[in-house]
Design a protein around this ligand. Structure first.
Ligand SMILES: [Zn+2]
Length: 313
């Protein structure tokens, strides 16, 4: 999930609307001359141009005018969690609001359905955005304040099984289709990407030039190098739940498969999980293939798939 989503900047005209949301009230402009409603906030009535407009509280109930399912973020800053249900809601007062539906699966959404407001707290200073959900859904508030990266689970608290390299049956029993729990999270910000660009010499603009990447790039902003995300694996402690003992030497023998299926936009939190794909004995020693997948937090599609070969001798 991105940690640098743009925040609303209240102006003297829109401040009552944003202030109202913080207090839990939805305020819309009502025209004293033509009695119609206006949204977004402005100096005049959008129907008759009268300046005789005042903010009044409304219920926020209405119906879904239209929507779309965004399976990739519309801009990197809006990443996670996907898919996002981008919608236009028409309040009973007649105004239409661009918004996001929450608390509903894509298959539960129907144009014309009744909707009600949800207050989404998006920053520590109490800023609230107006989201919507189905009239029947028991949801009135959501917490979307960006979180600091989550620390790894306390190593002492994890049950780590020690498995001797000589125990073939126990080693084979590690092989599983099931992935582990998630690791700790790491923030991939522009500063880190710039440092990697300098170190590696790969300073292609799609990584290092936010302005150009926003205007010309396919992702609407800069993205991390695939190789950077791959090596950040070293900072992600995947709770695999076992430790192999009784070997003289352990080497990273490379990778059976390395893929970068989806981008990591600057400002993303990443985490990883893994599974043992195979254990094989050879003349060289015991070869364990660990499938490690790095994801942007909240994204189903991995950013990196690495089938890492570890050789125990
Ligand atoms: Zn009017």
């Amino acid at each position: 999930m991105s940690t640098n989503k743009p925040m609303p900047v209240p102006t003297s005209i829109s401040a009552p609307f944003w202030g109202g949301l913080k207090e839990g009230r939805i305020l819309m402009q009502h025209c004293g001359d033509c009695q119609k409603w206006t949204f977004y906030p402005r100096r005049h009535c959008s129907h008759c141009m009268s300046h005789n407009v005042e903010f009044r509280e409304v219920s926020g109930e209405g119906e879904l005018y239209t929507y779309t399912v965004a399976r990739v973020p519309t801009l990197p800053e809006f990443a996670g969690p996907e898919p996002q249900l981008l919608a236009v809601v028409e309040l009973d007062e007649g105004v239409r609001i661009n918004t996001t539906l929450v608390g509903l699966g894509a298959d539960q959404v129907e144009i014309g359905m009744r909707v009600k407001p949800v207050r989404a707290r998006v920053s520590e200073d109490g800023t609230v955005l107006l989201r919507f959900t189905g009239a029947e859904v028991g949801l009135s508030e959501v917490d979307e304040v960006p979180k600091q990266p989550e620390a790894a689970a306390d190593a002492d608290a994890q049950a780590v099984r020690k498995i001797p390299l000589s125990d073939d049956a126990a080693l084979q029993a590690l092989v599983s289709e099931e992935f582990s729990e998630w690791s700790n999270q790491v923030l991939v910000d522009q500063d880190m990407i710039n440092q990697f660009a300098e170190l590696s010499g790969d300073d292609y603009w799609i990584h290092t030039d936010p302005d150009r990447a926003r205007k010309e790039g396919p992702f609407g902003g800069t993205i991390a190098h695939g190789a950077l995300v791959q090596i950040l694996m070293s900072r992600l402690q995947v709770p695999l739940g076992f430790e192999i003992t009784g070997f003289t030497n352990m080497v990273n023998y490379g990778s059976q498969r390395l893929r970068f299926p989806s981008p990591v936009p600057a400002g993303s939190l990443i985490h990883a999980r893994g599974r043992v794909k195979s254990v094989e004995k050879s003349r060289r020693g015991t070869q364990l293939v660990l499938e490690l997948n790095v994801h942007v937090v909240g994204q189903e599609r991995p950013a990196v798939i690495n089938d890492l070969i570890i050789l125990y001798m």
